[in-house]
Design a protein around this ligand. Structure first.
Ligand SMILES: [Fe+2]
Length: 204
């Protein structure tokens, strides 16, 4: 399993292309051109789009990706009400409430503990509410994709619609259950490790 990081879209989101052989999934598609170029460059077949949560910057390229590739997209059931709504997904707040951009087809609803298999890749879905009610982390092998729940040295904001600070604090407890060498791939900024975060992140 390999990971290619593509940074782009409003807010500089990390979109992750996770691939094994020629099979790939995208986590949080933000920049359509960069992602489609990277898929072409690596000669990858896209099988699915996984969302860590429903905020507009993490789905900035979702509609274009789904128009170009006939694949399902996955989001926790609690964030479905957020992702389609340009107010709740924070687009209005930042001036990105373009008409039609958030008119997606129906997603596949996720729940905590779900196991997703794509070719030889197996992702475990971990529900980490707080930044949004349906925020999730995806765990595969030694990698943890944390969206806007956990960043290098900090955590996600809790002033968003349906955010819940005490839920976030509770969600952060799960990170102590991973080995120190687990690599953290956040929704924004540089990667980290669980060991680094447990030592230096004041929120953990
Ligand atoms: Fe977010």
């Amino acid at each position: 399993m390999e990971i290619s990081t593509v940074v782009g879209g409003p807010g500089g989101v990390n979109s992750y292309i996770v691939y094994d052989g020629s099979s790939s999934v995208i986590i949080d598609p933000a920049d359509y051109n960069k992602i489609s170029n990277k898929l072409k460059e690596l000669n990858l077949k896209l099988l699915a789009v996984l969302l860590t949560h429903g905020h507009f910057d993490h789905v900035w390229a979702l509609k274009q990706i789904l128009q170009r590739f006939d694949v399902p997209f996955y989001i926790h059931e609690e964030d479905i009400k957020i992702v389609f709504d340009s107010k709740f997904n924070f687009a209005e707040r930042f001036g990105f409430a373009e008409k039609g951009r958030y008119d997606f087809p129906q997603p596949v609803a996720l729940h905590g503990g779900d196991i997703l298999n794509f070719a030889n890749m197996t992702f475990k879905v971990i529900h980490t509410p707080g930044h949004t009610p349906g925020g999730v982390c995806y765990h595969i092998n030694n990698s943890l994709f944390t969206g806007d729940t956990l960043f290098r040295g900090t955590v996600g904001r809790t002033d968003c619609y349906f955010a819940d600070e005490s839920a976030l604090i509770n969600s952060l407890k799960i990170f102590a259950g991973f080995s120190d060498d687990t690599i953290v791939y956040p929704g924004h900024g540089r990667p980290s490790t669980i060991g680094f975060e447990l030592s230096y992140n004041p929120f953990l």
